[in-house]
Design a protein around this ligand. Structure first.
Ligand code: ADP
Length: 547
């Protein structure tokens, strides 16, 4: 027997429509590209989104068309998320840090009709213009007073809205209609497109809202201000543009100001309670906090993910009264898979014991299923010991890649689960430990060493500001671990001192054989340490026993 309940299609625009009414005073603060700080409520934003939708239709954008963005986190980018999907078109966010070659590939692969671009990134487009489709139109995300000088033929964003009605008769879309497109950064091979739908985006927003909403710190009057450092140009800023309006949280958009000093100032001025980003961003903020002698006054929560949060970083934040929520996910998961909200049994532990849990990748969100399998695909127990490749399933997980059957076939297993490429263990209470990306695990004498574990141990030494552990070729052991490190001060610890410091956590054979000091580590387009680049840079490296 079927239940007798209505079946309303899930739609992204309904989120903003709801927020405009029920959370209408909350909204978006933006550090604009030209330096000014602007504020608009969700109510005002919804009206502007209506105007933008009319503007898009006036440009000839049809349902199903791909509309690209190349922009910082700001209010106009947020408006595009809603207006584009609201008319049934697809918001294709492009990461400006991709290589020229990758950008040309994805704009052509997505067949974008229009690209909305921040003034900052116009020179990138100008350099690529000849290799992009001739019909591609360019809209600069600025008002009339801040339009940049350019030889390109461009439209003005505010010009698109001028004179348009703020009420838009939003079409009733099938909830499985595609709404957004984001390409992985493609560290190997061409980028692959994750094609989100209204249904997946709304369910993901509920998921983020239910898990993280209640855990978010509030100001005295109950308002919540969240600063997403994680970009709207990649993995939907971890779902915040959709989840924040539902829970009534305001967003503080940092625009181009992503360095520690700019973030500290904006957090301080705008009473930011919670901020989300990758570990490298927090290193910048922590350096600024040290300089200022205190944290931004209202900051009480940091969500960190994208790569493993070092234990030492979590500890520093926790000691200054900032709760760290360590999450894991990926582009193909919309992107959140797990969260680091702790159960009461962990919360009451002393700090060092609590950190044993906080440094793990959290527990799965409701709606995300996890399994680990061995090399033959056999399921492994969730006992905290068995290690295997991590597969995921859920309503906000991709079922394949956009126009890429070959990659789809490789990614989805016979039971319909998606292979993450991560190697993990899961304990009886559901805590996930990402041991490594499969391609970053170091294989020495037939045994695996986790590069994440090595980095964690090395970074707990006060002389190390940042580091990466990678495997280098060795004639006898196949691979041996070495560290590439950035020193925290003038005096660099010796290799022996580092090995002594790390020894408590490892068997002797697992310790690194060498340390190479560098001024900075190369980053990927998503702000993570790029081990691929490091391996390439160290192409001529000879192991001390070989050299
Ligand atoms: P990109 O490689 O383009 O940055 P994603 O943002 O989709 O792609 O990255 C997803 C990958 O990032 C995961 O498969 C995992 O390897 C890594 N990752 C994400 N969060 C964490 C975390 N908290 N700890 C360790 N690794 C993480």
């Amino acid at each position: 027997m079927q239940g007798m309940m209505m079946n309303r299609p899930l739609s992204i625009i309904s989120i903003l429509e709801y927020a405009a009414e029920a959370n209408g005073d909350a909204g978006i603060t933006t550090l604009e590209t030209h330096g000014e700080v602007t504020k608009q409520t969700y109510r005002e934003t919804y009206a502007r989104v209506g105007q933008l939708a009319h503007g898009l239709r006036a440009m000839g954008i049809e349902p199903g068309d791909r509309v690209a963005t190349l922009a910082w986190n700001n209010r106009r980018h947020f408006e595009l998320y809603y207006a584009i999907s609201g008319i049934g078109a697809i918001c294709h966010t492009i990461n400006p840090r991709l290589s020229a070659e990758q950008m040309i590939y994805i704009v052509n692969h997505a067949e974008d009709k229009v690209i909305f671009v921040d003034a900052t990134f116009l020179p990138i487009l100008a350099a690529l213009r000849d290799k992009l489709p001739k019909e591609l139109r360019i809209v600069v995300m600025a008002d009339h007073d801040h339009m940049p000088d350019t030889k390109l033929e461009v439209f003005c964003y505010e010009g698109l809205l001028d004179g348009q009605k703020s009420i838009y008769d939003w079409p009733d879309l099938d909830e499985n209609t595609a709404s957004g497109l984001c390409y992985t950064s493609g560290t190997t091979g061409n980028p692959k497109g994750a094609l989100y739908s209204h249904r997946s985006s709304v369910l993901h927003a509920y998921m983020v809202g239910t898990v993280l909403g209640p855990a978010l710190p509030k100001s005295e009057d109950g308002s919540i201000n969240i600063l997403p450092v994680v970009p709207l140009f990649h993995v939907n800023a971890w779902g915040l543009p959709y989840a924040a309006p539902i829970v009534g949280a305001s967003l503080v958009m940092p625009g181009p100001g992503l360095d520690g000093e700019s973030l500290w100032k904006l957090m301080e001025a705008e009473n930011v309670n919670s901020s989300w980003g990758v570990p490298t961003v927090w290193m910048g903020l922590l350096a600024e906090i040290e300089k200022q002698g205190r944290k931004p006054k209202a900051l009480a929560d940091v969500v960190v993910g994208g790569s493993a949060a070092p234990r030492s970083m979590i500890k520093t934040f926790e000691e200054m009264g900032v709760n760290v929520n360590h999450a894991w996910g990926m582009t193909e998961m919309s992107p959140i898979g797990t969260h680091g909200v702790m159960p009461p049994s962990v919360n009451k532990l002393p700090l060092e014991e609590k950190l044993d849990y906080k440094q793990l990748q959290g527990r799965r969100c409701f709606g995300v299923d996890l399994k680990i399998v061995d090399e033959e695909g056999n399921r492994q127990p969730h006992d905290g010991k068995a290690i295997g490749e991590l597969f995921v399933r859920g309503n906000a997980v991709v079922s394949g890649y956009f126009k890429n059957d070959e990659a789809t076939e490789k990614a989805i297993d016979a039971e319909g689960w998606f292979g993450t490429g991560d190697v993990a263990s899961i304990d009886e209470n559901g805590f996930l430990t990402i041991q490594d990306r499969a391609k970053d695990l170091i294989k020495s004498g037939g045994e695996w060493i986790s590069s994440i574990d090595l980095e964690n141990a090395a970074m707990s030494h006060p002389g190390i500001a940042n580091c990466a552990a990678i495997g280098v070729a060795h004639p006898k052991w196949d691979e041996r671990p070495i560290l590439v490190a950035v020193a925290a001060g003038d005096s660099k610890p010796s290799l022996d001192e580092l090995r002594d410091h790390m020894e408590v956590h490892f068997a002797k054979w697992q310790l690194p054989d060498d340390v190479i000091w560098v001024d900075e580590l190369p980053l990927t387009a998503t702000g993570k340490v790029s081990k691929l680049t490091l391996r390439q840079q160290l192409g001529d490296y000879k192991h001390p026993e070989v050299a």
